[in-house]
Design a protein around this ligand. Structure first.
Ligand code: CP3
Length: 344
């Protein structure tokens, strides 16, 4: 029987139990992923359809989650725009360039998804065949603001000082960059849907560093453009940002189906802030998965209790799964959520 409870929950249809998947479920906590990475570089896995397919399927096979998420990275798009990209051990992504003026923005290419990211689209097509309806496939993109963070800072940053300075002191450069990223994200996410992705998660991981008024003026309009174009295509759209509490009064205006909530705010509080209609995804603290199975089950039950205040609930972590997580604990969480969600 095909398992479509994730898609049903996105659309607020009745489900037999609470669906669950885990952000970064394909990753270093799985020994089979580490074995793959011992032989292949991270970007090589992203860009080789057969390897990306294998990494995508690993957590589906092992954990019994209700959705697969394409194995890739939000920065693949930025590289396709001409920004040199490297992943360094213990340092994360390092990007060349450091966009600072209109010339730099003009030098960014408008990528053609088929020509420049065909490997991802091919991985999606293979995955749909291999999954053959067992679970749905989620595609994803970074949103313009979070991509701009990397493009301007050149890598990870605590406070995104350069980007915030650009926003304030060179608004025309910021707007030109955001326009270009918005078009590229829309095209790329649309191409993922064309290739067979059944839902799209939009990551705006770093938007939570902004003041709500800054978010409203300088980020929301771009996210709205991306989300409404995708939603017009009929596939569920999920929005994630870390540290979302203060932004919730603005996030409720986004044309998306699901809001993915980080672990710093209770789902009941989030439901109250966005209104009763929204389906919420989340939001177990990833650190909880380092504890014992009974503690994980108790914490999951509490997340589910709070989640009842929402228009619907898709269980997930509040951010990516930690590499130190025991895969058996993750599998126990999936089992517990399915058990607890039956009849609730
Ligand atoms: O969720 C999944 O399983 C799908 C795959 C996925 C990855 N990255 C694989 C990955 C997804 C959805 C992402 C999104 C992503 N990438 C985001 C937004 C989501 C979030 O976590 O907030 C961001 C900000 C990035 C950029 C990025 N990629 C960073 C900062 C890092 C380094 C941090 C780290 O964990 O090493 C990456 C690397 C990365 N992306 C890995 C994986 C599995 C680890 C690479 C490795 O194998 O060494």
């Amino acid at each position: 029987m095909p398992n479509d409870r994730f898609l049903k929950a996105c659309r607020k249809e009745a489900v037999d139990t609470t669906p669950i998947w885990l952000m970064r479920q394909a990753g270093r906590f799985l020994p089979e992923y580490r074995a793959l990475r011992a032989r292949h570089g991270f970007l090589e896995v992203c860009k080789t359809p057969e390897l990306a397919v294998r990494a995508t399927l690993q957590p589906v096979l092992r954990l019994g989650v209700d959705a697969a998420i394409l194995f890739s990275d939000i920065l693949i798009l930025v590289e396709a725009m001409g920004v040199p990209l490297e992943f360094r051990e213990h340092q994360g992504p390092v990007l060349g360039g450091g966009v600072k003026d209109l010339r730099d923005v003009a030098a960014l290419r408008a990528p053609d998804p088929t020509a420049d990211m065909g490997f991802t689209l091919e991985a999606i097509r293979i995955l749909r065949r291999e999954l053959s309806g067992q679970v749905p496939l989620i595609g994803f993109c970074g949103l313009p603001f979070t991509l701009a963070c990397y493009v301007v800072e050149g890598g990870k940053s605590k406070d995104f000082k350069k980007l915030r300075a650009l926003m304030r002191e060179a608004p025309q450069v910021y707007a030109a960059l955001m326009d270009k990223l918005t078009a590229a994200v829309g095209d790329y996410a649309g191409a993922q849907l064309d290739a067979g992705a059944q839902a799209i998660q939009l990551f705006d991981t770093w938007a939570g560093v902004l003041e709500p008024a800054e978010y409203e003026a300088s980020v929301l309009p771009y996210t709205e453009r991306v989300a409404s174009a995708l939603r017009g295509r009929g596939a569920p759209v999920i929005h994630f940002t870390q540290d979302c509490r203060r932004l919730l009064p603005h996030l409720r205006r986004l044309p998306v189906d699901v809001l993915s909530i980080d672990w710093r705010v209770g789902l009941d509080e989030a439901a109250q802030a966005v209104g009763p209609g929204f389906v919420l995804q989340g939001n177990l603290d990833p650190e909880t998965l380092l504890k014992s199975v009974p503690e994980v089950e108790a914490a999951a039950a509490e997340v589910m209790r709070r989640g009842r205040a929402a228009g619907g609930h898709i269980f997930n972590l509040g951010h990516g799964i930690l590499p130190a997580t025991d895969p058996q604990t993750a599998a126990a969480l999936v089992e517990a959520v399915h058990r607890l969600g039956r009849g609730s």
